[in-house]
Write a protein that binds this ligand. Structure first.
Ligand code: FAD
Length: 389
């Protein structure tokens, strides 16, 4: 007699949810992915993908596809408030600083690679969300917004920082969210601002505000706004179209062109930079994964890596404990939590350095980059990478 495949309902088709679907499918589960957005998201922002996520992607055979999407800027340029160049780090040095087992990829491109690997094997239901969750010890019952209901062995909340799964099964967001007093706004630009060279990434930081323009080739670019705020609730209530012009209106350099393109941008990511500190990531047969569980923030630069690495480890432990889901969840959390907490600590430490208002702190923050911009140091870093490679 063959036993039925275990059912997992996964809320969220981001990096965490798609990786979980892929790995669970590979280990004999029957996953269903529920995504609130009406269709796949693309673009997003450039992120560094390394560590446990890189290792897991290698094991899953995804590295060749991810490596094809890798972006290396021709140079990284740091701008003075008057628009002139403070210093530039050549692309080869940037690559060497990134290290050999790390990629620089758009969030949407990681999702694309995962989606391509999984969508023919797993149902992904768009424009749908979770409405209610109930557990009876053996199963978890999930009511969905399309009027259907699912009974599953496991419910995975991979629905990001503002997780509805967490709100339903763990408690209100405010009980777990720690705001780091910064906001971030990101969108794709159709036109590279005139002040930024094709192929380069240019950054201006002044009085608690950072604006970075990332050239993505063929005239397209990503605009990245990150700034300190003393009132996260006000900024969230205003939204990007009001808050970003208020904060960046007088910044100069590429800010006017970026703000002009904000008005017609197709989709804008705008949110507070907040960590999620959840005492236990599972309650019975409901488990949180990725930003929904731990959001280490962009300050730690490791959220996508934890999402992929965490999902891979979760599937591995569910395979090792085939008849005991709660035991698998406990083992998973015990193994992953120390790394997550280290990264959360790093995120909180980096907060003060991110967009410093004080020029001395800015100079100190940039010191390693300024050194890397010196030709002899750059050559040394590049040689180290060649020797390791
Ligand atoms: C600007 C920026 C820069 C970053 N840089 C880096 C970096 O350099 N390196 C790095 O590793 N990480 C970085 N990160 C963090 C990284 O992007 C995240 O940690 C990672 O994308 C989290 O993935 P996730 O799948 O957990 O969540 P998300 O990406 O938030 O995905 C959640 C998914 O769930 C869906 N969803 C939400 N609510 C519902 C609902 N109610 N019902 C159904 N579906 C729902 C969403 O539409 C989405 O598809 C950065 C983040 C930002 C914002």
């Amino acid at each position: 007699m063959t036993s039925r495949a275990k059912r997992a309902v996964i809320i969220g088709a981001g990096i965490a949810g798609l990786t979980a679907a892929l790995r669970l499918r590979q280990t004999g589960w029957d996953p269903l992915v529920i995504e609130r957005a009406p269709a796949r998201r693309s673009g997003g922002y450039a992120l560094t993908f390394s560590g446990i996520g890189y290792d897991a992607a290698e094991r899953m055979g995804l590295l060749p596809a991810l490596t094809r999407r890798h972006i290396t800027p021709d140079e990284m340029t740091y701008i003075k408030p008057n628009g002139k160049t403070r210093f530039s780090v050549p692309g080869a040095t940037v690559r060497a600083m990134l290290g050999e087992r790390a990629l620089n990829v758009l969030r949407g491109d990681i999702e694309d690679v995962l989606y391509e690997a999984v969508h023919e094997q797993v149902e992904i239901r768009f424009a749908t969300t979770v409405k209610a969750v109930a557990q009876d010890g053996l199963d978890v019952h999930v009511t969905l917004s399309d009027g259907t209901a699912e009974t599953a062995d496991l419910l995975i909340g991979a629905d990001g920082l503002h997780s509805a799964t967490r709100a339903l099964a763990f408690g209100p967001e405010e009980d777990f969210r720690i705001d780091l007093d910064h906001m971030v706004g990101v969108f794709m630009m159709d036109q590279l601002p005139e002040t930024v060279a094709e192929g380069s990434t240019a950054t201006l930081t002044v009085t608690g505000r950072t604006l970075a323009i990332i050239s993505l080739g063929q005239g397209r670019a990503g605009a990245f706004f990150g700034y300190r705020t003393d009132d996260v609730s006000r900024d969230l209530a205003e939204g990007p179209h009001k808050a970003l012009p208020r904060v960046y209106g007088q910044m100069g350099w590429a800010a006017p062109e970026a703000l002009a393109q904000l008005r017609s941008a197709e989709s804008v990511y705008y949110d507070s930079i907040s960590q999620m500190v959840v005492d236990r990531w599972s309650r019975g047969r409901v488990v949180l994964l990725g930003d929904a569980a731990w959001c280490v923030t962009l300050f730690a630069g490791y959220g996508s890596s934890l999402a992929v690495g965490g999902a891979d480890l979760l599937a591995g432990l569910l395979q090792r404990h085939p008849d005991d889901v709660p035991a698998a969840l406990a083992a998973w959390e015990a193994q992953l939590r120390p790394e997550v907490e280290r990264k959360q600590k790093l995120g909180r430490r980096v907060k003060g350095l991110y967009a410093p208002a004080d020029p001395l702190r800015l100079w100190l923050r940039d010191l390693p980059l300024r050194l890397a911009a010196l030709p002899p140091v750059g050559r040394l870093l590049q040689r180290r990478l060649q020797l390791k490679g």
